[in-house]
Design a protein around this ligand. Structure first.
Ligand code: UD1
Ligand code: UDP
Length: 380
C-alpha cells in the first residue's frame, strides 16, 4: 500500500482535492491510502468546512490551524507543522495543489525530508513575479518529482525551464518527470454540474433567471490592495449592473477592503445599486450552478476563469495576464486588468459575441485517475 500525504489549505485546493480523493475511493483503495493535512490557511465556515460536507471529501486527519498572516510568518508556521507530520506519518509521496502558500510550505517541508512531491497544476506561469503565486509555483515545480500540468502551455513552460521530457523511471527529485494530463478542476465540474442543477437553490434564493445575470468574483491582492485598481473594478461593476443583475460572492479579503474606512463612499454607491447583489462566499454546488446559468463571468480567480470556459461562458479576466492562455486564444475571454474602460468595453464586446467556440483544452475529465496511476507506476 502506497501512502500519500495531501496538503490543502485554501478554498480551491479543498475543491481540487475532492477529485483525487474520489478517484482513490472509486479505483485505488487497495493500492493507495491518503492522509490529508489542512494547513488552516482558509478557516471561515464558507471558505473551508462547507466543501468537506458537500463534496464528500474525507475529513482532514490534521488541521494545523495556521490562519492568516504575512507571507513569511504564515508559510513558516505551515512548514513547521507539515515537517512534523511528514516525520510521523512517513508518506511515500506528498501531493500538492496549485500555487498558494500552503503549496510552497508543503514543497519545502517534503523536499528537505527527501519525500518526493507530486505537484498538481504544475507549469503554469504568469511571468509576473509580483504575484506571490508565481513565486510559489516556480519554487514548488523545481522541488517536485512528478509534475502534472493541466495544459499544453503549462507543459511547455516546464520544458522551457529545463525539465527533460525523456527522463526514465524511477523518477526522483533529481530525475523528475513532467506530464500533460488535463485539469483536475475539469474532472470536478463534469462530476458535480448535474448534482448542482439538482440540489442548489441559489437561483431562486437570489431571485435570478438563467442567462439573465452576470457573475463576478474578485480577490487578487493586485486588485484588492491597490486602491486605484479596486475602485476602478468596483466602479465598472456598478456601471455594468445598471442594465443587468450582477452577483458578487465576496471573498473575505475583498469584503474587508470594501468595508474599510477608505472605501466608505464606494460602498455607499454599491449599496444604492439594487442590481448589484453582494453575497457571502457560496458553496461549490451553488457556485457552479451560478456559473452554468450566468450570461457572462467576470473574475480575477484562476479557478473561476477555467470554470467559465468549462461551462461555455464568456469571461472578462480582471488581471493583466493569465496562465490560461489557451482560453484567450479561443476568444472566449478577454484580459481587461483593472482598467474601467477595458472592462466595460470587454463587456460590450462579449455580450454581443455569438457562436464562441469552446474546444476541449482541459483534458477528458479523468486527470485524477491518471495522476493516481502515475504515482503508483513510479513505485512498482
Ligand atoms: C489565497 C492564495 C491565492 C488563492 C486564494 C484562493 C496565497 C499567497 N494566496 O489568497 O493564491 O487564489 O487563496 O481563495 O496563498 N480571510 C478570512 N477568512 C478566511 C481566509 C482568509 O477572513 O477563511 C481573510 C484574512 O483577512 C486574510 C485574507 O483573507 O488575511 C487573505 O487570505 P490569504 O489566505 O492570506 O490569501 P487569499 O487572498 O485568500
Ligand atoms: N468558489 C466557490 N464559492 C465561491 C467562490 C468560488 O465555491 O463563493 C470556487 C470556484 O468555483 C472555484 C474555486 O472556488 O472552484 C476558485 O477559488 P478562488 O477563486 O478562491 O481561488 P483561485 O482559483 O483564484 O486560486
Amino acid at each position: 500500500m502506497l501512502k500519500i500525504l495531501t496538503v490543502i489549505g485554501a478554498r480551491p485546493q479543498i475543491i481540487k482535492a475532492a477529485a483525487l480523493s474520489r478517484a482513490i475511493k472509486n479505483n485505488f483503495t487497495k493500492e493507495l491510502s491518503e492522509v490529508i493535512i489542512h494547513t488552516g490557511q482558509h478557516y471561515d465556515q464558507n471558505m473551508s468546512e462547507v466543501f468537506f460536507a458537500e463534496l464528500g471529501i474525507p475529513r482532514p486527519h490534521y488541521n494545523l490551524a495556521v490562519g492568516s498572516g504575512r507571507h513569511g510568518i504564515q508559510t513558516a508556521r505551515m512548514i513547521e507543522g507539515i515537517e512534523d507530520l511528514i516525520i510521523s506519518e512517513k508518506p511515500d509521496y506528498v501531493v500538492l495543489y496549485g500555487d498558494t502558500n500552503s503549496t510552497l510550505a508543503g514543497g519545502v517541508a517534503a523536499s528537505k525530508l527527501s519525500v518526493p512531491v507530486a505537484h498538481i497544476e504544475a507549469g503554469l506561469r504568469s511571468f509576473n513575479r509580483k504575484m506571490p503565486e508565481e513565486i510559489n509555483r516556480i519554487v514548488c515545480d523545481h522541488l517536485s518529482t512528478l509534475l502534472f500540468s493541466p495544459t499544453a502551455t503549462g507543459f511547455n513552460n516546464l520544458v522551457n525551464e529545463g525539465f527533460n521530457t525523456h527522463t526514465k523511471p524511477p523518477y526522483t527529485p533529481d530525475n523528475p518527470s513532467i506530464f500533460h494530463c488535463g485539469d483536475i478542476m475539469y474532472d470536478n465540474s463534469l462530476y458535480f454540474s448535474e448534482l448542482a442543477a439538482e440540489k442548489s437553490n441559489i437561483l431562486s434564493d437570489l431571485n435570478l433567471n438563467s442567462s439573465d445575470y452576470v457573475l463576478a468574483t474578485l480577490h487578487r491582492d493586485h486588485n484588492t490592495d491597490n486602491q486605484a485598481n479596486f475602485s476602478s473594478i468596483i466602479d465598472s461593476f456598478i456601471q455594468i449592473s445598471k442594465n443587468t443583475q450582477l452577483v458578487l460572492p465576496l471573498h473575505p479579503r475583498t469584503k474587508k477592503v470594501l468595508l474599510s474606512n477608505v472605501n466608505k463612499s464606494l460602498y455607499q454607491k454599491v449599496k444604492l445599486n439594487s442590481n448589484l447583489k453582494i453575497i457571502d462566499p457560496v458553496s461549490f454546488l451553488d457556485m457552479i450552478q451560478l456559473e452554468q446559468n450566468a450570461r457572462l463571468i467576470m473574475t480575477d480567480s484562476g479557478g473561476v476563469q477555467k470554470e467559465a470556459y468549462f461551462f461555455n461562458k464568456p469571461c472578462i479576466i480582471l488581471r493583466p495576464e493569465t496562465e490560461w492562455v489557451e482560453v484567450l486564444e479561443t476568444g472566449a475571454a478577454i484580459l481587461a486588468g483593472a482598467d474601467y474602460d477595458k472592462i466595460t468595453a470587454a463587456f460590450g464586446k462579449l455580450s454581443n459575441l455569438i457562436n464562441i467556440k469552446f474546444p476541449e483544452i482541459f483534458g477528458d475529465g479523468h486527470s485524477a485517475e491518471f495522476i493516481c496511476e502515475t504515482i503508483l507506476k513510479n513505485n512498482e
